[in-house]
Design a protein around this ligand. Structure first.
Ligand SMILES: [Zn+2]
Length: 312
């Protein structure tokens, strides 16, 4: 079995030997979903009460220091088994799934959640796990463990942007450079840039150029705020970059009727919105999402500047 098949088998096996995984994967089959129509594309909303822990996670440094790291090997539940990869990561079953097959892929060691030195690893994971899309949430963009490097992976076919990318209607190529195509999305309610190509080193170089330009716009952050999705298909990598300027929208901090408990991470940015509370699921409308994305996405003007700087 290749790594992708081994990971899928692990998800099946763990449901037979780990009550929490069994219960939550069975529960996922019954979660409510709804489709919200935008101008030419859809977003999906999923009501998933088990995600409350992740959505409301306190990720400030004081809270993080006060808790035992749940991604460190010594703190994993005794039922949890792993597949080691690349001498650096463990493939784990995510016991709080939002996808029918959902993995967490932490580093074996405990370094901070930072992408600059690890983007090549993300591409390698996408190649090894080619039935899955790999996710990265920046330390202030949805990662519930900002102190422990990790990726997530969801089986392909559940994320709206995958389908919209295939349709090809919302983006155009800005530039093709050393075999890497750089495309920008328009009319999509979110700031997105897509890198694609078959040369890993060139993709890493291009990503790093983009990263450096974004870093100049947010010099006070540990890394420029972003979410990433990477997948591998027909010998090509496809990487969607969502540059951010805010962790959580005002609706998150409201009380009463105005509150929407939605803390956007990579899946949300890519069009699969997770609401752990039923009232939010029921009331969430396209207008709310447009407002939320406008707050959390890097402004168009800043993105224009970054793109001119990097790609001329
Ligand atoms: Zn850790």
């Amino acid at each position: 079995m290749n790594i992708s098949e081994q990971a899928r088998q692990l998800i099946i096996d763990q449901q037979g030997e780990w009550e929490l995984a069994r219960k939550n994967y069975a529960g996922l089959k019954k979660v409510k979903t709804k489709k919200l129509a935008f101008d030419g594309y859809d977003m999906m909303v999923q009501f998933n009460p088990e995600r409350i822990v992740s959505s409301s996670a306190k990720t400030d440094s004081k809270s993080i220091q006060a808790r035992a790291c749940f991604l460190c090997q010594s703190n994993l539940p005794k039922e949890q088994r792993d597949i080691p990869v690349m001498d650096k990561y463990m493939i784990l079953v995510n016991p709080f799934p939002i996808f029918s097959e959902h993995l967490t892929i932490p580093s074996i060691d405990h370094p901070d959640q930072l992408i600059a030195a690890n983007f090549g690893d993300m591409l390698e994971l996408a190649r090894l796990l080619d039935d899955f899309t790999i996710f990265y949430n920046g330390p202030k963009c949805g990662a519930s463990a900002p102190d422990h490097l990790h990726f997530q992976a969801g089986v392909k076919g559940h994320i709206p942007i995958e389908n919209d990318y295939k349709k090809g209607s919302f983006f155009h190529e800005v530039k093709s450079k050393n075999g890497v195509a750089i495309s920008r999305w328009h009319g999509y309610a979110r700031t997105v840039l897509t890198l694609s190509g078959s040369d890993k080193e060139q993709l890493v170089t291009t990503f790093y150029q983009l990263y450096t330009a974004l870093e100049k716009e947010q010099p006070y952050e540990k890394e420029p705020m972003l979410n990433l999705l990477a997948s591998f298909e027909n010998s090509q990598w496809i990487v969607h970059v969502f540059p951010r300027k805010l962790h959580r929208p005002w609706q998150y901090f409201e009380e009463g009727e105005k509150q929407i408990l939605l803390s956007p991470g990579a899946a949300d940015m890519a069009g699969l919105l997770i609401t752990p509370r039923e009232e939010d699921f029921n009331k969430l409308a396209p207008m709310d999402l447009e407002s939320i994305f406008e707050q959390v996405c890097l402004e168009k003007e800043v993105m224009d500047r970054v793109i001119t700087q990097v790609f001329g």
